[in-house]
Design a protein around this ligand. Structure first.
Ligand SMILES: [Zn+2]
Ligand SMILES: [Zn+2]
Ligand SMILES: [Zn+2]
Length: 331
């Protein structure tokens, strides 16, 4: 902001000098235009600086705190995302000797075996998942237990599994790039105790790919995440490295969908992140002079008059909320 204020002062002086005198020459107009452009560039820089975390499809949450109502409700303070508990669910998988080879067959077998109304369970919806599985979303954990207790499901060679939430991720920022992982582990164990070794797992590097430092992302147990984020820093050699929550949503740069990267894209055609049309990438978009239209908000019927990759995107916020709900913060 300081940079911006100084630039405004400087550019205002230039404009005042140019405006003095009677004639507005071509040279003067050019200077005024350049001066205004410079202000716009600085302003754009300032804004994009603030957008950096989400522009790369990652979001840092310095506070993922339990709301006053406690329990499993989370409030993500600096994003305005109030994450609710997800619908309780159970997953049905076929046994190995069942001969079932699709989620559709699992669903047909399940529906022939039980009737939710007859066992007193309220089912909200079904969703196919990998390994021929089927998720049953219900109204309450009691409904899930009623389904899990049904012997008919086992007799139909199906298994009931309660979904596990994933470990939260944390990011350690500006770690010297040449420090090996086992040394960082030793430093963390000295700072945070011996339970570090079994409760943390390196995930990936983030931030710039070059330069003397990098950001390191780890999965941790909920208890260790709390310790690390509360302390907020670890000290590696001459560096004080900030520790923060890390929440990211994978987004495919080819089809714009969430949940996979370009390497695993199975969509037939690419989708454009500028005009939301199918069949071309943004690099070949014929409509770049038109206002942008967000691909993900268009298909989910949300306000879509923005670029597909901006951090104010309602559907991106929705996906981040889903990710938070799938994560075990220990609340
Ligand atoms: Zn894709
Ligand atoms: Zn396009
Ligand atoms: Zn959007």
């Amino acid at each position: 902001m300081k940079k911006l204020n100084e630039a405004i002062k400087q550019q205002t002086i230039i404009l005042e000098i140019l405006a003095s005198g009677n004639m507005l020459t071509t040279a003067k107009s050019k200077c005024i235009k350049e001066s205004v452009q410079r202000l716009l560039d600085i302003l754009t820089d300032e804004i994009s600086d603030k957008r950096t975390p989400l522009a790369s499809q990652t979001q840092l949450f310095s506070e993922v705190a339990a709301s006053s109502s406690g329990s499993r409700h989370l409030k993500v303070a600096n994003t305005g995302i109030a994450a609710k508990s997800p619908s309780p669910a159970v997953i049905i998988y076929p046994c190995k000797d069942s001969g079932i080879s699709s989620s559709e067959a699992t669903q047909a077998t399940l529906q022939a075996a039980i009737n939710p109304t007859k066992i007193g369970a309220k089912v909200i919806g079904l969703k196919k998942v990998s390994n021929n599985g089927l998720v049953i979303f219900t109204n309450s954990i009691i409904d899930c237990e009623l389904i899990a207790k049904c012997n008919e499901i086992n007799l139909a060679k199906l298994n009931v599994v309660f979904p596990k939430k994933r470990w939260p991720k944390i990011i350690v920022k500006y770690v010297p790039r040449d420090v090996p992982d086992d040394r960082i582990m030793k430093i963390l164990i000295e700072d945070f105790g011996t339970d570090v070794s079994n409760n943390i797992k390196f995930s990936h590097l983030a931030g710039s790919r070059e330069g003397p430092t990098c950001h390191r992302v780890y999965s941790t147990s909920p208890a260790l995440r709390k310790k690390l984020v509360n302390q907020g820093r670890c000290f590696i050699d001459w560096n004080s490295c900030r520790i923060d929550d890390y929440i990211s949503v994978l987004k495919c740069s080819r089809c714009c969908n969430f949940g996979h990267s370009i390497k695993y894209c199975k969509e037939e055609k690419p989708n454009c992140s500028h005009c939301a049309s199918s069949g071309h990438l943004v690099s070949n978009c014929p409509s770049t002079s038109n206002p942008p239209k967000c691909f993900n908000c268009t298909i989910t019927n949300k306000p879509s008059n923005h670029m597909t990759r901006i951090n104010q995107c309602p559907e991106l916020k929705n996906q981040l909320t889903i990710m938070i709900n799938k994560t075990d913060y220990g609340y």
